[in-house]
Design a binder for this molecule. Structure first.
Ligand code: SAM
Length: 301
């Protein structure tokens, strides 16, 4: 379970399975009274993974995912709006970093001429392509997969795939940062900055000091333990906890980094965003609402 330098995964393994967890959560959103978005592809991915032997997360994890369902839906909606606004402002080139099973290239109304580059590990993107092909799904803009590890030289792979750094770009960093070491996060933003011309935008789900606070993380673990007990599951010490896949290290605040590098920044805390969309956390708000901040940067020069 522990992360190592250069580790890799298939869709049902390690960090790959987190993409399935998020897809499962998006599929659940479709059954709510007022879904914040429509994603018919999420269920296709989950069903295909189940057919390949993936098992739904154990009951305690399902309870956790449900508890943060309002958060996950709000996050999806925020990034949807980020891309729609970028398109409305004439940005035709987008890069989704750690795209996982994100189906925005298929489900959003992109402006004509848009191209979306999706970067993730090779086996994750292979699974996604296979499922979409089997369903005859066609993207609503040109979508170019860039299968590579984000700790490797992805800027070269991206350029080789056709990315044009002289064009303004909309970048999305969603559900990614805890899976990168702190140094990898800094390098990621340096690379985004170097590849961004004036007028580019970046949308980030950012995990700052509040998120990695040991007491907060301990309370999350404790809550999971409670879900496990409520589900009547035995604790053999090997139960899955997504925290075990994170690099828990002090990090640069994304808002500070972007501001220091000449980006104009706006930010909204998760709790406020959920309130805006009429969603609240189930259970105790303190640990069911992740302590994240949604940050948008506009490159001014
Ligand atoms: N952004 C997607 C979404 O919100 O649906 C997926 C989020 S999922 C929690 C995390 C994703 O990050 C997985 O698809 C995983 O493969 C990808 N990922 C994490 N670390 C990565 C790395 N070093 N290189 C490439 N992909 C990575």
């Amino acid at each position: 379970m522990a992360r190592t330098d250069g580790d890799s995964w298939d869709i049902t393994e390690s960090v790959g399975a987190t993409a399935l967890g998020v897809a499962w959560s998006r599929a659940q959103e479709q059954d709510t009274d007022c879904p914040l978005f429509t994603d018919p592809y999420a269920k296709m991915f989950v069903d295909a993974a189940l057919e390949r032997g993936w098992r739904l997360p154990p009951a305690h994890m399902v309870a956790r995912i449900k508890a943060i369902g309002g958060y996950a839906a709000s996050r999806t909606k925020w990034f949807d709006e980020f891309f729609l606004a970028a398109g409305a402002n004439g940005i035709e080139q987008s890069v989704i970093l750690a795209s996982g099973l994100d189906a925005r290239a298929w489900r959003l109304p992109w402006i004509d001429g848009s191209v979306i580059y999706e970067i993730d590990q090779p086996k994750v993107l292979a699974f996604k392509a296979e499922v979409l092909l089997a369903h005859g799904a066609t993207p609503s803009a040109r979508c170019v997969p860039v299968p590579i590890d984000l700790r490797d030289d992805w800027p070269t792979a991206l350029r080789d795939a056709g990315f044009d750094a002289s064009e303004p770009t909309a970048w999305a960093v969603e559900g990614l940062l805890p899976y990168l070491p702190a140094s990898g996060q800094d390098l990621l933003f340096e690379r985004i900055h170097d590849l961004s011309t004036r007028g580019s935008r970046v949308g980030v789900e950012s995990f700052g000091a509040g998120f990695f606070d040991p007491e907060y993380l301990a309370s999350r673990r404790q809550k999971l333990q409670q879900y496990r007990q409520e589900a009547g599951e035995e604790d053999d010490g090997n139960a899955l906890d997504v925290q075990d896949l994170w690099f828990i290290e002090a990090r640069t605040e994304v808002t500070d980094w972007l501001t220091d590098h000449g980006w104009e920044v706006t930010a909204i805390a998760a709790a406020e965003l959920m309130d805006r969309y009429g969603r609240c956390a189930v259970g105790e708000a303190d640990d069911a609402t992740p302590r994240t901040v949604f940050v948008e940067g506009n490159k001014m020069c």
